[in-house]
Design a protein around this ligand. Sequence first.
Ligand code: SAJ
Length: 429
Amino acid sequence: MNIRNVKFAVVGLGYVGLPLALLIRERGGDVIGVVKSAKRTKQINAKISPIKDELLSSKLIQYPINASVDYAGVMACKYIFVCVPTPVTEDNKPDLEPLFSASKSIANILRKGQHIIYESTVNPGVTREILVNILEPGSGLRVGDDFEVSYCPERINPGDAVWSVRNIPRVVGSFTENGLKEAIEIYTQILDEGTNIRPMNSIEEAESVKIVENCFRDVNIALANELALVLENFSVDIENVLDGANTKPFSFLRHKPGCGVGGHCIAVDPHYLIQASKLKGYMPRLLDTARTINSNMPGYTVEKVKTIAKSLSIDNSKTRVAVLGIAYKPNISDSRESPALEIVKQLRNNGFVVSTFDPHIPEESTCVSLDECVKHSLIVVIATGHDEFQDLSPQDFEKWSVGYVVDGRNCFDKKEFKKSAVQYCRIGY
Ligand code: SAJ
């Protein structure tokens, strides 16, 4: 099968779907995009990327995508990639509504010979036990006999200049041998030559791979955070200790303690596996505890601010705190699940006067510049380790007459602050 003779649909043109649709277009495939919002449809049809990303913006101009809110055009497509969000609700339960809605709409237009490939992160069992049970009754067709369903988890790493949708290795599982073969064949033509596409023995194995990757990361970040809090009581520098452990050339993977874990992957995906496992009768205590440790880090950071204000016997309502960074990780403009938002909320709930600045998300900042945000602030909290902040020195903070820096991302060398009038503390000692 030659990609140039194939029609594709990509349902969901966000951080995952848009790069995939553009790559298929670049390979010569005929792509239509289906999006929920008419506004986003208009943007994409006007060749304006809804995601702030220079590369995506230029690719969209070079390879225009025909986006629509309806599924009529999907009927003629051989492959239907589903890249819709899989968030959690307020009480951290999986929210499969976007997947339900997409699957119901696909079922209405499903034809024999079509192949649906889910890329959205889910726990094992969702595709077979839930989504196919929407597709089959909704279409009157049978998976494997009339149409194929595969699962190939996305592994987009926002802001990563090295690993992208073109070259990130993939795993794929399918209902049938033919489905697996077809899926591997089409990804082979979409991805860069030589990209590893590993066939899994089942859909459930493929679903499990992505969620295991992100649970692994969440647990390791939680370990770094817990060790920071343990060693703080021994006045031992956690960053030096982790650097020391990292000299071991095998079986150690360094992670960083920080003021919290954000993003729509690591802070979310473990909840899918935790909830699904509990429903099967097993309570995954380590996964659950890791989530608790990481979601308590914004509070730990706010406690540092409260301790400073208390030590000065200054009323919180008279204490201005500047929070630098809103994005959930450095050098990107995505604030989803960002710990910075939780820190700001808790500071305000404690009566502090809070200003914020993020050079990557000016529209969500209360100040238009770093200078405006920091000057007149007694305390500065570093919530995101943007490059722009890492370049700051104690002297910069002295110029702004800042009294205290709470380094939520352990960006700075604390020895440098010892030579200044600015008091410094961080995550851990
Ligand atoms: N974080 C820490 N300490 C660390 C690493 C991260 O506190 O050592 C925090 C970050 O500040 C951020 C959150 O955790 O708030 C998530 O950071 P992340 O680097 O994991 O960034 P994500 O969420 O964009 O994760 C993506 C994921 N990719 C996919 O889900 C496809 C994840 O699987 C990757 O491992 C990660 O990128 C990566 O390795 O960069």
